[in-house]
Design a protein around this ligand. Structure first.
Ligand code: NAD
Length: 356
């Protein structure tokens, strides 16, 4: 085992271990009384390495889809756990990306009034971003992430080898969140990342450096505001638009790529409203555009998207509460916006420009 981070939470400290030996020696995951919730693709791709886990009687394999990350589809998983005689001193172990994390964390928060859980993130997005911060989010019908809890895992094992089997779109999706975190850290951090942007895709050492950097930046915010009542809100940069794009396209656009489009859209609208210098829009646009690449041409039905945006849990009853970069330093902050005709036409112009 190599280095680790220690994150403070309301449940006490938990660790993120960068663990290159996990796949050759997954025995530590079998300690205690585990119940594994494993991503079906990971189970298939890593069958030989994970056979001890896959042969375990308390292993549940789940397809990582947004439909399965719903309150309805969580119930059969809970039923299986109950059938497997889960007890409060047992531990749920999630092995997968953000979807398996959200399902496991949500069940661990509610089943038997709370169970400990551990996490092995297998996607870039989960390794660089979602694994820390305590949140679980579950969908209800077409409304994304409307149910949830704050419940950190006991520990997290990051094994970089899992990244080797990810599809390009899932690397791009994780990079979308890495870009977001660096933009939040400030212009200098964003510019550093922009300089290295192409290397993220062809040099694993560079990518892993940014995974650690993103976790360190996020750590500063979640330790100050774990329950997302204040400063942590800015991590929703790109997310209100992003979630609405995911809903309106029935999840044809992967989460982190929708967030990248969402950041570009937020920057565009902030500039049009006189909140942001146009140079900053351009500075980020070239990087974001490369990141969302071919998804730029995905048809996004605007009215469906705007109606999903209106349902965002951060809104008040009359105003959208969007996260925009503001001012010369492009400081990321919350801005109330009236969802009026002007706002609608700014959204239309953005898509016309992106597709033009
Ligand atoms: N709880 C949080 O704090 C938080 C934060 C950000 C995002 N999220 C949620 O996370 C979800 C997105 O998560 P994600 O981007 O990790 O993707 P994901 O869990 O949807 O997985 C993406 C795809 O990668 C596959 N996969 C997973 N690991 C693999 C591997 N090692 N090799 C090959 N394929 C692999 C999965 O089967 C799936 O097809 C969204 O639902 C989003 O809302 C949660």
């Amino acid at each position: 085992m190599s280095e680790q981070l220690v994150i403070q939470s309301h449940r006490g400290p938990y660790t993120v271990a960068f663990d290159d030996t996990l796949l050759s020696d997954p025995v530590r995951l079998l300690e205690g009384e585990p119940h594994f919730l494993i991503d079906a693709n990971v189970a298939r791709l890593y069958e030989a390495d994970l056979h001890a886990i896959l042969d375990h009687p308390n292993t549940i394999i789940i397809e990582a889809t947004e439909e399965n990350k719903s309150i309805e589809e969580t119930i059969p998983v809970i039923e299986r756990l109950v059938l497997n005689k889960v007890r409060r001193d047992h531990t749920l172990v999630a092995i997968g990306g953000g979807i398996i994390q959200d399902i496991t964390c949500f069940i661990a928060s509610t089943l038997l009034r709370g169970l400990p859980w551990r996490f092995v993130p297998t996607t870039l997005l989960a390794q660089a971003d979602s694994c820390i911060g305590s949140k679980s989010s579950i969908n209800l019908g077409a409304t994304k992430n409307i149910l949830g809890t704050f419940n950190p895992p006991q520990d997290i094992f990051i094994h970089a080898g899992f990244l080797e089997t990810l599809e390009d779109k899932d690397i791009q999706s994780g990079v979308g969140e890495i870009v977001k975190v660096h933009a939040i850290d400030g212009i200098a951090a964003f510019d550093r990342l922009a300089t290295d942007f192409d290397r993220l895709f062809d040099d694993r050492a560079v990518l892993l450096r940014y995974v650690r950097a993103a976790l360190l930046i996020k750590q500063r915010f979640i330790e100050q505001d774990e329950f997302d009542r204040g400063i942590r809100n800015i991590f929703n940069y790109g997310h209100s638009f992003g979630h609405a794009i995911e809903s309106a396209t029935h999840y044809a656009v992967p989460h982190g790529i929708a967030v990248a489009i969402g950041m570009d859209m937020a920057n565009y609208i902030a500039e049009k409203r006189g909140l942001l210098p146009v140079e900053h829009y351009h500075r980020m646009h070239s990087v974001l555009r490369k990141n969302y690449g071919k998804y730029a041409s995905t048809p996004i039905p605007l009215d469906v998207m705007l109606s999903a945006l209106m349902k965002d849990k951060k809104n008040t009853s009359t105003m959208l509460r969007l996260i925009f970069p503001v001012g010369d330093q492009a400081a990321i902050q919350r801005v109330p916006v009236l969802p009026d005709k002007v706002f609608r036409s700014q959204c239309v112009e953005f898509f016309a420009e992106v597709n033009g």
